[in-house]
Design a protein around this ligand. Sequence first.
Ligand SMILES: Cc1cc2nc3c(=O)[nH]c(=O)nc-3n(C[C@H](O)[C@H](O)[C@H](O)COP(=O)(O)OP(=O)(O)OC[C@H]3O[C@@H](n4cnc5c(N)ncnc54)[C@H](O)[C@@H]3O)c2cc1C
Length: 442
Amino acid sequence: MPWRCGLMAERILNCDVAVIGAGPAGLSAAVAAASQGARVVIVDAQPVAGGQIWRNDVRLGAPAPALVLRDKVNVAGVTLLSRHEVVAASGKQLLLNGDSGATTLGYGALVLATGARELLLPFPGWTLPGVTGAGGAQALAKQGAPMRGRRVLVAGSGPLLLATAHTLKRHGAEVLGIHEQATRQQVHAFATALWRWPAKVLQAVQLRTALAGVAYHCDSHVLRVFGDERVQAVELQRGAHRETIDCDQLACGFGLVPNIELGQLLSCGLRAEGRHHAIAVDEYQRSSVADVFAAGETCGIGGVDCATVEGTIAGLVAANAPEAARQHFHRRQRARHFAALLRTHFALGDAVRQLADADTLVCRCEDVRFSDLAGMHDARQIKLKTRCGMGPCQGRICGPALAEIADLPRPGLRPPVFPVPLNVLAALHTTTPTDSSSGVMK
Ligand SMILES: Cc1cc2nc3c(=O)[nH]c(=O)nc-3n(C[C@H](O)[C@H](O)[C@H](O)COP(=O)(O)OP(=O)(O)OC[C@H]3O[C@@H](n4cnc5c(N)ncnc54)[C@H](O)[C@@H]3O)c2cc1C
């Protein structure tokens, strides 16, 4: 049952088109909407626009495509609210938590471009310091975490492993190897199908050249991590053999999961994507809710090209220019074909879903072990009995993991979607549809 809420922040902003997320999809949407004369506000939790792929690198700066789009956003007169998180929604208003407290943002049309996060699957030792997601390790390096001389093992699945290894190497890490769970046949089939996307072939060749000397192992996955205070070694299943490798860090990601929480809050229709969900959109990137659009990885994992073109289409339609949007349909179709190729060839094998043992923590916020869930099959029951999913991540990590390893549906969601300070909470009054007279937080 959806939660309803009222917003009462002192600071109020209004715009024609609000865009949530300043990654490739959101920046493209903002530029497209502004090109049609709309007053646009773009909101992002991060200090610098660019999203995940174009995250600012404290040493190397921002990549060229991000700089170009950021310039366009400035020239178009778009208002960018960095370090602001959307935490709740009511009617055509959003509640933002930012440096200066709570803000209410009113909009005519809304584009959700909230991207994706990493899928982390639990295995013995995965909560030890020194173990991160693959993209997480990349983000840490870009934000200035010391990498020089660190012996890092990269594992999991998908092309993000190569991008991560490249970033870590550029920051001075010694990358000990890349361990891809997909089989050699799967990876080979992916590589042979790539000829239809010459730019991707070039990118792959450049990455492999930059990673000369770093071995890429297929059919290889993590079994467990050893270490007392932090990671000291990783045991891997490599084909039929087991191998233990000493290292200082493990960067391990099993793919991405769409960030759908804002769509859920707004009651947007969802569609299944594997064992997870994405916001369902039509050919104009319209969600099932009037005046709410979605673009980029919140509506399915598709990569940067898909995100950019979907953002452009959503921004144009949100600013009442559907004809202009149609001109981008062909480019989107091509980008989505590439995304489908990735999904097929890097689909997770069953072995990586069976890594957790009875003692493995499945909810690291609330210290819930896999054995604590024995006999429970209902997400709500699990939440009530074990507090699984009730910590600071609000189920963002354990929810998708349990969907993968135990086939458990994600529990429902209620605002605020991120932890907020009390002064922001004070601007939010939640009620259930069956209890609309009460303005009391539950
Ligand atoms: C950790 C990580 C690293 C990645 N690295 C690479 C890479 O190196 N190469 C590559 O090809 N692909 C990479 N990807 C895939 C990448 O996400 C996509 O290719 C592309 O960035 C998707 O663009 P997007 O605009 O849909 O989402 P994103 O780029 O993820 O942008 C979404 C933005 O929304 C913001 N946001 C989300 N929720 C809220 C909220 N409630 N309030 C305010 N702001 C919000 C986030 O801060 C983020 O900036 C990575 C993905 C992840 C998760």
